[in-house]
Design a protein around this ligand. Sequence first.
Ligand code: NDP
Length: 511
Amino acid sequence: MTSPASDGHYSIELPLSCPLLINGEEGPATGGREFHRENPADTRQVATVAAQGSAEDARAAIDAARRAFAGNAGNWLNNYKLREQTLFQTARLMRENADRLAQVVSLEVGMPMRQAAPHVAAAADIFEFYAGLAGKIYGESFTLPNGSMINLVKEPVGVVGLITPWNFPLTQTARKVAPALAAGCTIVLKPASYTPAAAYELVKLIQQTGLPAGVLNLVPGPGTVVGAELIGSKAVDKLSFTGETGTGKMIAAQAATEVKRISLELGGKAPYLIFDDADVEGAARAAVFGMFRNAGQACGATTRLLLQEGIHDRVLERVAQLTRNIEVGHPAAAATDLGPLISASQERVVQEYIQFGLDAGLDLVAGGNKLRGGGFDYGYYVEPTIFDRVDNNSRLGQEEIFGPVVAVTTFKDEAEAVELANAVEFGLVAGVWSADYPRAMRVARRIRAGTVWIWDNYAQPVEGIWGGYKQSGIGRELGYYGLEDFLEVKQIFTDGTGLTSKPPYGQVIKE
Ligand code: NDP
């Protein structure tokens, strides 16, 4: 294993690739079409050349998954030991190839290596966790007074279509693929077009475990083509999607026509509430971590810093200091804390929000600029930026930016803090910092979000859950809930009376 050089270069050979994987066979897309993913840290470089899957390719992958499910491929559905071993071995292979995986993620996403390495470890943990659950999918049994028995058995939901985003490509994929495999589903995976190689590197390792053909199929290609085919297909029983709320709404509307089961992990506008009695240092560090991890390109990123009047100045001063110390640079360099944004369009969006803040005359506490000169000229680098005195009802207070731009708003008391926290259409995550634990707990209970952190930020243990209230989504990933998302419950009713003629039958059959 080699480490990337500190001057901003990776040791892996480029360009990376991502073929189709259908029924255990790797290959090109129909017609040999390909697309290129540039390196967001240096757009002169092609990071990945991927097969551009067509609707026909998607249909072939769905057919393969359908056949594998119907044929109980290699005893896949019945033998939980097989699924358990696949998942454990995947976790082991991920750890053995951790450096390569981290470099691939860092390269395609622009994620600093310091964040890409723990990202790989977190994804491996997810496979290991679901390996442990594969053999613990218990049913329930109940005997009625007349001796009849109800058996509730849990079965895999069937063929699942998984559509993933680019921002944390391994964990986002692991959160879907690992529980789907543990449940005994068969899969068609459509990775984000910005990060096809990250998905392929993971799929390759899973294949190495000896997975039966057709259980896991990979089709890179445009969401509007490959993703749309997964959503519209009658042969796909369930769709699990992570991405923008707008895309999620469209998927929900389309899926409704097939009554397709869906899970949606969508956008966020996370508040972090800091009360007057908070430990300034602890709270400021927690906030900054949540604000600028992965350049703020995170659904759970702290995008609204809500500060109580009495502590506002002290926290903001410390947050600004910590922000100014953030080293923006090439993601491959060991010292880099914040890399480039994912794309030119995302950079434009972020700059528009910064311009909005400047035009509104808000206090610019840190950042505000696109970085230029030297290597910065070839990537999408924007300074971590903080605006104070933001009206929570303004665009900066309401809209998901998905970049390193944070809005600070002041509140008077607990009631106002909760009101501000909830006054957005999203409800993914939030944070609370107060020395008064009963108050922190009270506030956590009143915030309408899928996760609320007290005295921490962005902790995502696999044993917990992840998912949103309101327009942040439907369903939960991680933990046992994440497995249930890929299970159906079936009732098997067995008569225990031994009678051929029973009272209810009399409603239809005369004796
Ligand atoms: P997008 O919605 O643009 O894309 C997500 C995935 O959906 C990609 O694979 C994309 O393919 C595909 N897709 C796009 N359009 C369609 C379509 N019409 N039909 C089917 N599939 C489609 O989101 P991003 O990748 O930009 O991810 C960022 C968003 O994801 C943010 O809003 C963020 O908040 C959210 N997110 C939510 C998380 C959560 O857990 N709640 C976690 C992480 C991110 P392609 O790449 O080819 O366009």
